[in-house]
Design a protein around this ligand. Structure first.
Ligand code: HEC
Length: 421
């Protein structure tokens, strides 16, 4: 169960996976199901109200069959009682989709559960802080534990790590969730929220911290995927770029000085771009736009970072062509263009397209490789523009011309024949 304490680390509220090798076990006992199928994220047993009601003694309220229904799909209960939610002051419970046998196990567990002696405040959260850059324990680190009741912050507890980097918080209430926060070299680290599960009074978290650097020598762009998608009217195109960066070092990259700002990552957008949306983690405040460039100021932890950049272009403004620029050397670039009458394509010497289908839509796929910082030319073929707009009316125009000519000819003949008479 130690693995349960593998924590996903957040930096400035961005999740950063520290270790993802959580083994997928098949839960067997009712208690294990209660924990692994997340019931314990919302319910306690005898430790008070949480997201959902305290389930201690629910056997007095519900039959075994009804408990099975709650565990499988509460909609059954809501239909049966014609009431949603059942308990005042709570939201409805979402369906947890347990199998029949899991639901039976967990119902029996709830029916049989006998609470231990009063343990309301006997929770302990402890752990060790390791400085990964230096490869040793982080001594004298201030650690803050924040307790939450639902989403509301309740209390802060403070500790300092010892010579082995260890810290510990004890006498914690079980009916709260907790988050660990600390600063190292100006970088804020926040853990995922933790809760005590029913039979547990110990949570262990090992927290990595990294020293910082302003050198970008370990930063590289592994791949860039661009999706170009015209809207139905063919008047605008949406461009989505997916960047996969890597920090291959063991330090946090805090950025280079760029004019007056310190920035970590740079992205180019066409000048005409509008509705620009950017996900570098989740913090839009950490981004600066200067003309045709976007700068991220978020620190970049060791590991992989995915950034999604999204914008729209009005075709009338770009006049049939635009450019996708990339500030980084990147070995693998793929450009996907939705096939439409606009005939949008990549115009680059010696680059060919493959026809592919994604979710029933036809795309052109271009794979470009071995590039220095690039600029990819995208053109909107004008002949197909003609097809799409004029083409629709061309037969009508021909028909009208035909009618006009026919009428003229008819009168001409008529006039001729009448003058001959
Ligand atoms: C996302 C939070 C959440 C999760 C996860 C969750 N529940 Fe609930 N549960 C609730 C809420 C909220 C209620 C109250 C809903 C209502 O009154 O209609 C509730 C109600 C119940 C009740 C009825 C309690 C009473 O006093 O009436 C039972 C029994 C129950 N849940 C069992 C489970 C089991 C078993 C699991 C895991 C398989 C589970 N719940 C997972 C939120 C959750």
């Amino acid at each position: 169960m130690r693995k349960a304490a593998l924590y996903v680390f957040l930096i400035l509220s961005v999740f950063f996976p520290h270790n993802t090798s959580v083994s997928a076990q098949v839960p067997s006992s009712g208690e294990e199901i209660f924990i692994q199928r997340n019931c314990s994220r919302c319910h306690t047993l005898g430790r008070g109200r949480f997201v959902g009601p305290d389930l201690l003694g629910v056997g007095e309220k519900y039959s075994r069959d009804d408990l099975i229904k709650w565990a499988q799909d509460p909609e059954n209960i809501y239909e049966q009682r014609n009431k949603k939610p059942v308990n005042e002051g709570y939201p409805p419970m979402p369906p947890m989709n347990l199998s029949e046998s899991e639901a039976r196990e967990v119902a029996d567990y709830l029916l049989d559960y006998a609470p231990p002696e009063d343990l309301l405040e006997s929770g302990t959260i402890s752990g060790q802080i390791k400085n990964v850059t230096k490869g040793k324990s982080q001594e004298g680190q201030n650690v803050v534990l924040v307790s939450y009741m639902g989403e509301r912050q309740q209390k802060r507890y403070f500790a300092e790590s010892d010579s082995l980097g260890r810290f510990s918080f004890s006498s914690l209430r079980w009916d709260r969730s907790y988050e660990i926060m600390l600063f190292h070299e100006g970088i804020q680290y926040v853990s995922a929220k933790m809760v005590f599960s029913p039979a547990q009074d110990q949570i262990t978290v090992d927290l990595p911290v990294y020293d910082t650097t302003s050198s970008d020598e370990n930063i590289s762009l592994l791949s860039l995927n661009v999706i170009i998608y015209p809207d139905d009217e063919g008047s605008t195109v949406n461009v989505t770029s997916l960047y996969v960066f890597e920090n291959s070092g063991d330090t946090v990259f805090t950025g280079r000085k760029q004019d007056s700002d310190t920035t970590t990552l740079v992205f180019s957008i066409p000048q005409e771009a509008y509705d620009v949306a950017f996900s570098d983690g989740t913090n839009p405040n950490e981004l600066v736009r200067r003309g045709e460039k976007f700068y991220s100021q978020l620190p970049f932890l060791p590991g992989i970072k995915r950034v999604v950049l999204n914008y729209s272009l009005a075709l009338s403004q770009v006049k049939g062509k635009f450019q996708i620029d990339c500030e980084y050397e990147v070995r693998n670039i793929a450009v996907f263009i939705k096939k439409t009458e606009l005939g949008i394509r990549v115009k680059q010497p010696e680059v060919t397209a493959d026809d592919i289908v994604i979710h029933n839509e036809a795309f052109l796929k271009y794979e470009l490789s071995g590039f220095e910082p690039v600029s990819i030319d995208i053109v909107v073929s004008s002949t197909s523009l003609l097809n799409s707009n004029l083409g629709r009316y061309l037969h009508v125009i021909f028909f009208l011309i035909f009618v006009v000519l026919g009428t003229v000819y008819f009168f001409y003949r008529k006039n001729r024949s009448s003058s001959m008479n």
